[in-house]
Design a binder for this molecule. Structure first.
Ligand SMILES: Cc1cc2nc3c(=O)[nH]c(=O)nc-3n(C[C@H](O)[C@H](O)[C@H](O)COP(=O)(O)OP(=O)(O)OC[C@H]3O[C@@H](n4cnc5c(N)ncnc54)[C@H](O)[C@@H]3O)c2cc1C
Length: 383
């Protein structure tokens, strides 16, 4: 165990690994990542749906997606790791006038950022997704460049390359405390001793609020359970089946192997770290899923699991320096769409630490200081 480090990152999911890689790539290799799990990716990064999309409702989220997509396109060549990026398109289906109005605005914003998303009518939805029962659907939006990526390959690419460049990434090593004195971080405690440091990054996903407490600050990130199911092979399932979302139901489907993955978010799920599969919710989910996608009745589930969204009050991440304690940073609270923003967030955090400020994208609307200031709109396209 190192006794000092220039930067200590708490959490070995996509955020921690991406930050470590981007710091090391810029020559800052005196970096330690502490991961409490026995392996990397046992948190949300290894349990998510793999969706990657440009279709967001805030400019900064569209920019994070654009930067991440560019980085994912270069990933196999730069990182010596295939990531199975497949741009099958995201189809949002909408069943109310207010949602249609909001999504029209979102598409205008996305188009202004150079994203080729568009508003589509029910006829076009039927052509893109003939398998879907369109009862009640009024219209939707479509972006053919959205799609899927393999979360574990993305994570492993960053872990391997960060190590090759000289960063230290440890598993089974939880941070147990943060030393703060004179208003600055001084070190991070672990079971194997304290690592003295003047820079600590909170990248612990749904557990980030607990890490904030270790430093005596209130970081508003709460854990909320989200559940997913995967089916057995579905004969004749077309390879270009898109990522389809029934927005008002928070219900989604995409191709996973030779079958389908489906998820449905429970708006009434209480906060908490429990990740057991909710049998009651499974019934509600599958009944609605079969109503929308009747071909699901032809197959059986091969797997189901639950993971945690890391949710902030406005569904936007908290990025950058934290004002309460010198040398303390947050890269947390991506509210259920963090996998796709992990590449960009790692680059921006490396800039924030090494240059004093993120440069490639202006992250001011994502800084902690927004809480308590005039309320911003937050992200609307949350699934
Ligand atoms: C069901 C589900 C579906 C999702 N679908 C998508 C999707 O389609 N697309 C998308 O972009 N995102 C999706 N997400 C969200 C995405 O998974 C997260 O936003 C992202 O993985 C967050 O990455 P992270 O590194 O911040 O957190 P994590 O991957 O959770 O990593 C944090 C790590 O910190 C570790 N840790 C906790 N406490 C400590 C400690 N004291 N010391 C050291 N380590 C600690 C944990 O073990 C964990 O490994 C989904 C999430 C879920 C649950």
């Amino acid at each position: 165990m190192k006794s000092t480090a220039e930067v200590v990152i708490i959490g070995g999911g996509i955020m921690g690994a991406s930050i470590a890689y981007h710091l090391a790539k810029r020559g800052c290799t005196d970096v330690v990542v502490l991961e409490s799990g026995e392996f990397f990716g046992l948190g949300s990064t290894g349990l998510n749906a793999g969706g990657v999309r440009y279709q967001f409702a805030t400019g900064v989220n569209v920019d994070l997606s654009k930067l991440s997509f560019e980085m994912m396109a270069r990933f196999p060549a730069e990182m010596d790791q295939e990531i199975s990026l497949r741009q099958c398109g995201y189809l949002f289906m909408l069943d109310s006038e207010p949602d249609l109005a909001q999504f029209r605005k979102n598409v205008e914003l996305q188009n202004a950022h150079g994203v080729p998303s568009r508003v589509i009518d029910v006829k076009e939805i039927a052509a893109l997704a003939p398998e879907i029962n369109l009862d009640g659907i009024l219209g939707g939006t479509w972006c053919p460049l959205d799609g899927l990526v393999d979360p574990n390959s993305l994570l492993q690419g960053y872990v391997s390359q960060a190590r090759k460049l000289g960063a230290t990434l440890l598993t089974s090593t939880p941070a147990t405390g943060i030393d703060v004195s004179g208003g600055n971080v001084r070190g991070v405690k672990t079971k194997d001793g304290t690592i003295a440091t003047s820079n600590v990054v909170i990248a612990a996903g749904a557990w980030s609020g607990l890490i904030g407490e270790m430093a005596g600050i209130d970081l508003p990130v709460v854990p909320i359970k989200r559940q997913i199911a995967v089916t057995n092979e579905i004969p004749n399932l077309r390879p270009d089946f898109p990522f389809i979302i029934d927005f008002s139901r928070s219900l989604y489907f995409h191709r996973e192997g030779r079958g389908l993955l489906t998820g449905k978010s429970n708006a009434d799920e209480p906060e908490g770290f429990d990740t057991s599969v909710d049998e009651q919710w499974r019934l509600i989910h599958l009944e609605e899923a079969m109503m929308r996608l009747p071909l699901l009745a032809e197959t059986e589930l091969s797997a189901e699991w639950a993971g945690l969204y890391e949710v902030t009050p406005d569904h936007q991440p908290i990025l950058g320096k934290l004002p309460q304690v010198g040398g303390l940073y947050s890269c947390a609270g991506f509210s259920g769409h963090g996998l796709m923003h992990g590449p960009a967030a790692g680059l921006l955090m490396a800039e924030e630490i090494l240059d004093g400020q993120a440069r490639t994208i202006d992250i001011d609307t994502l800084r902690y200081a927004r809480f308590g200031a005039e309320a911003d709109v937050g992200e609307y396209n949350v699934v």
